[in-house]
Design a protein. Structure first.
Length: 76
């Protein structure tokens, strides 16, 4: 699980959805949120980034920490 820096749209509930995320020195913009779901301890977002790949981002709400939980290359 890779640690990320994530910029979010912050609505009335706080960090509601990711807009951009940075892995190492590479910053990706979220083009589309395909799905979102919640567990008792985290929120998950399946997003398509501007590189056309699909990422699953996990937000541990108690710790305020984001991690990369999944990746699928474009066209697969």
């Amino acid at each position: 699980m890779e640690s990320l820096r994530v910029e979010c749209y912050a609505g009335y509930r706080g960090e509601e959805r990711p807009l951009r995320f940075t892995m190492g020195e590479r910053t990706l913009t979220v083009r589309e949120i395909q799905d979102r779901w919640y567990s008792p301890d985290a929120g998950y977002f399946r997003v398509v980034a501007d590189d056309a790949h699909v990422y699953i981002l996990r937000h541990d709400e108690a710790r305020g920490q984001w991690t990369l939980e999944g990746f699928r290359a474009a066209g697969r």
